[in-house]
Design a binder for this molecule. Structure first.
Ligand code: SF4
Ligand code: SF4
Ligand code: FES
Length: 224
């Protein structure tokens, strides 16, 4: 039997459209296909003007975040369903359809000196690493910058000037927790608004890689 999925897709091109709308598509469906397969089918066969981002197809590049039936998701990871509404990630300006503008996030990261800052040489070579001290560093290092957590964050939605969003703190946390890093990142965390987290857990629910941004934020705030 030829199964079908009914898909509603958000459409908005700010340079042309006064208001956003939705287009409806019927596409082939089989168990195990991903939402990315659906979106690519639409693009290749039904509407080549559809805007969306992806690259690796393997949950690694962080470019394909969208909202599927109300939840933040990666196009390449989320299994398709027979009825779907696909929208761009919330809390970000839309560039075109499902593509969001990631410029603000990139600018935020560029301010944070996200590289290992060392002033002194290690006491010995090769340097001895205490792996227990690296546990938080390793968790934060798995972040792919997909912004699903920030899309789910009510504190960021309410005031993104005060609270720069969980993805920023996970990226900062990687260096904050690195025992080899020698600059003080406390002031950076404060200036990004670490104390304005609402501790609601939505970012943990949203992360496709099972990171715990809330825990990372709370740990940064407690170390300050
Ligand atoms: S726990 Fe904090 S960072 Fe996470 S979604 Fe809630 S307010 Fe945002
Ligand atoms: S913490 Fe998770 S949801 Fe947030 S940007 Fe990183 S990988 Fe994506
Ligand atoms: S295409 Fe790279 S994370 Fe989905």
């Amino acid at each position: 039997m030829n199964e079908k999925a009914e898909v509603e897709v958000y459409r908005y091109f700010p340079a042309r459209d006064k208001i956003p709308g939705y287009d409806f598509f019927e596409v082939p469906f089989s168990e195990g296909i991903k939402v990315l397969d659906v979106v690519q089918h639409i693009y290749r066969n039904l509407d080549g003007t559809l805007g969306f981002d992806f690259c690796c197809r393997n949950s690694g590049c962080g470019l394909c975040g969208v909202t599927v039936n109300g939840d933040p998701a990666l196009l390449c990871r989320r299994p398709a369903e027979k009825k779907m509404t696909i929208k761009p990630l919330q809390n970000f300006p839309v560039k075109k359809d499902l593509k969001i503008d990631r410029g603000r996030f990139k600018n935020q990261l560029s301010r944070l000196r996200l590289f290992l800052e060392r002033r002194e040489k290690p006491a010995e070579e090769p340097e001895k690493i205490d792996m227990a001290a690296f546990a938080d560093f390793k968790e934060a290092s798995r972040c792919i910058g997909c912004l699903n957590c920030t899309a789910a964050c009510p504190a960021y939605a309410e005031n993104s000037s005060h609270f720069k969003g969980p993805a920023v703190f996970v990226q900062l946390g990687r260096h904050f927790f690195d025992p080899r890093d020698e600059i003080s990142r406390d002031l950076m965390a404060l200036s990004e608004g670490v104390e304005h987290c609402w501790h609601c857990g939505a970012c943990i629910e949203a992360c496709p890689h099972d990171l715990r941004p809330q825990r990372i934020i709370e740990k940064i705030a407690s170390i300050e």
